[in-house]
Design a protein around this ligand. Structure first.
Ligand code: ATP
Length: 620
């Protein structure tokens, strides 16, 4: 009775019906496996028939072979018993092979399709969705969908075939005993339904306790979480909370264990009552000469086979509906619209020069509600409205120019930078690269032409070499080294314990902020884009790092158009054009001397920077 172990919750699927559209779509996935399904069905039916051989062989043994004293027949029948068992075993193996092929194939299809769909979603989708919810779609829901097909439907087919063949065989043997054996069924069901309901409550409760316990572990064992606990010296409190949660898991574990055992005992007892009734009445018939003893024993064996699948089938509706919920959850993500895709007729940039133009750009961050699915944020309320962030931003950068964006925090500098590679699309106006609207350029070639170096660049938990090659998988060792030298990071890498093979990233060797940014510059150099977007680190670097970055940038930006969110004096004073951003608008523009002379917002910002830089940096 393993199917009862899942204890599906009818409340979850109450009032639901299988929707035709979902079924049709599921069929779309399943139909690729139709031959495997035919194989599976054939195996199940044959297996059921072979299993029926057993009672009939026993019957023949008791009715004919033994009374006739026919030793040869006894030998043959015993041999047949063995053969039926072996063939039955092989068939069940074959059936499992078919269903595993279908099930695992289906998981593979859904999972790879989902992964690809999700990874192509716009950035807003990720900022607004919970990573945990997303990964669970790829793991548990995909597995749930597979269970819908091979587990629920597969075992339902198996059960129906078993019930039909067994009851037919029983009727053939003796219809009175068949009726008697089925009369106990309602009592059977009433009892087990009650326990089943209680079991489901326990399962749900225990899932809640387990989730609370895991949440504490995941959060506290993350590097930053662990640091917070340590710095605030809260270990004792954390232990107390954890003990309490783990204690609940323990207690409910004990209750569930006893309940499960009691449940199976109860089912067994009712089952035994049915079997006993058949033997009791059957024996009377045998004594009265109305039934042969072989028929009675065969009947007893068949009765044992029929109860399990009958009970499982009474729960079929709930099982199937629950399993299909997983399909719907997978489809929901697959259907999440992706607004940032190649436009029809988009052209690939060939040999881009890097001329940039922002033409009256207006931008509002898309509302969370429109970028993700409510089911991916676990009950958080999604914002629907968001205030406009950029107004009428217009500027031009000729190929090879350096544009510095300066302005107070929250002014919109990062937003301007993120629009160029189409992390978001503008709401008004246009952004052009080499005179062509970025929305009319293929995403691949657009992003291939743009290199981004962020303030706190992300490194995968992998070797330095692999992290660098992410920009150009085919790069040779010499090319890596050349880029690293240009970015002034080669010596640092060489000094690492295993050089270019040192594992870096959050869980590996931790590079300093300045080193990470130079590594990101090397990565960008390998990509060799014609436009560079650079978000300079705000933190003060020591003079050695500062000089290294300065030198690295001079080489890295040479010959490329650069949009730099500038925090360093040297970048600003070298810029071909400075855009002063405030409140999402370009409020001043020009070269350093002109802006300084004008004495506006730029002059204020500049003086603050000068003060910070002279007081903050160490003597060279
Ligand atoms: P800083 O120098 O502090 O990084 P910034 O000039 O780069 O600031 P932006 O990050 O572009 O400023 O932010 C501009 C405005 O847009 C801010 O008011 C910010 O709150 C808002 N904003 C930024 N990101 C989002 C987002 N994903 N969704 C909604 N609003 C956002």
């Amino acid at each position: 009775m393993q199917h009862w172990m899942a204890f599906q919750d009818p409340a979850k699927v109450k009032g639901q019906r299988l929707q035709r559209a979902v079924l049709v779509r599921v069929w779309g996935y399943v139909k690729g496996y139709r031959w495997a399904i035919v194989g599976f069905l054939a195996t199940v039916v044959t297996g059921s028939l072979v299993a029926l051989a057993n009672p009939f062989i026993v019957k023949s043994l008791l009715n004919d072979a033994i009374p006739d004293g026919d030793r040869a027949k006894v030998n043959v029948l015993a041999g047949l018993l063995l053969a039926a068992a072996v063939v039955g075993g092989l068939l069940s193996l074959l059936g499992r092979w078919w269903s595993a092929k279908i099930g695992e194939g289906l998981i593979f299809d859904l999972r790879t399709q989902l992964y690809d769909h999700i990874q192509r979603m716009p950035l807003a989708f990720f900022t607004n969705s919970q990573t945990g919810s997303l990964t669970s779609r790829l793991s548990s829901d995909v597995v749930g969908a597979q269970r819908a097909v091979t587990g629920t439907l597969g075992s339902a087919v198996d059960q129906i075939v078993t019930v039909l063949t067994t009851i037919t065989a029983m009727v053939v043997l003796d219809w009175r005993l068949t009726l008697l054996s089925l009369v106990v069924l309602p009592f059977f069901l009433a009892g087990s339904k009650r326990v089943g309901r209680r079991m489901r409550e326990l399962t749900r409760e225990s899932m809640g306790y387990n989730a609370a316990m895991s949440a504490q572990m995941t959060e506290r064992f993350e590097v930053s979480g662990a640091q917070l606990v340590t710095l605030f010296g809260r270990q004792a409190d954390e232990k107390r909370t954890f003990d309490e949660r783990a204690g609940k898991v323990r207690d409910i574990g004990v209750r569930t264990a006893i309940y499960t055992r009691a449940f199976f005992l109860a089912l067994n007892i009712v089952g035994t009552i049915g079997v006993a009734a058949v033997y009791w009445y059957g024996s009377q018939l045998v004594v009265g000469g109305e039934l042969r003893i072989g028929d009675l024993v065969a009947m007893g064996l068949l009765v044992n086979r029929v109860y399990d699948p009958l009970i499982a089938l009474t729960n079929l509706r709930v099982d199937v509906l629950t399993a299909f919920v997983s399909f719907e959850r997978v489809f929901e993500v697959l259907d999440a619209p992706n607004p940032i895709v190649d436009a029809p007729g988009a052209v690939a940039l060939t040999d881009p020069r890097g001329e940039l133009q922002f033409d009256h750009v207006e931008f509002t961050y898309p509302a969370a509600a429109s970028t993700t699915l409510a089911s991916l944020v676990d009950g958080l309320v999604l914002s629907r409205q968001s205030a406009p962030v950029l107004h009428d931003v217009t500027f031009t950068a000729r190929a090879g120019q350096l544009i510095a964006l300066v302005g107070p925090s929250g002014a919109g500098k990062s937003t301007i930078a993120s629009l160029l590679p189409r992390l978001y699309d503008v709401n008004g106006g246009a952004i052009r690269l080499d005179g062509r609207d970025v929305r009319e350029i293929t995403l691949d070639s657009l992003r291939g032409a743009i290199g981004v170096v962020s303030q706190d660049p992300y490194l995968f938990h992998d070797t330095v070499a692999k992290n660098l090659r992410y920009a150009r998988p085919g790069a040779t060792d010499q090319e890596l080294e050349r880029a690293a030298r240009l970015a002034r990071i080669h010596d640092v890498i060489n000094a690492l314990p295993e050089g270019y093979d040192t594992v870096v990233g959050d869980r590996g060797y931790r590079l300093s902020g300045g080193e990470k940014q130079r590594l990101a510059i090397a990565r960008m150099l390998l990509k060799d884009p014609c436009v560079v977007i650079l978000d300079e680190a705000t933190s003060h670097l020591d003079s050695e790092n500062e000089a290294a970055i300065q030198a690295a940038l001079e080489d890295a930006l040479a010959g490329r158009t650069a949009v730099v969110i500038a925090h360093r004096l040297s970048t600003i004073t070298n810029a071909d054009q400075i855009l002063v951003i405030d409140g999402g608008r370009v409020v001043e523009r020009g070269r350093h001397e002109e802006l300084l002379a004008a004495g506006g917002l730029y002059a204020d910002l500049y003086h603050t920077l000068v003060r910070d830089e002279t007081s903050g940096s160490l003597p060279a």
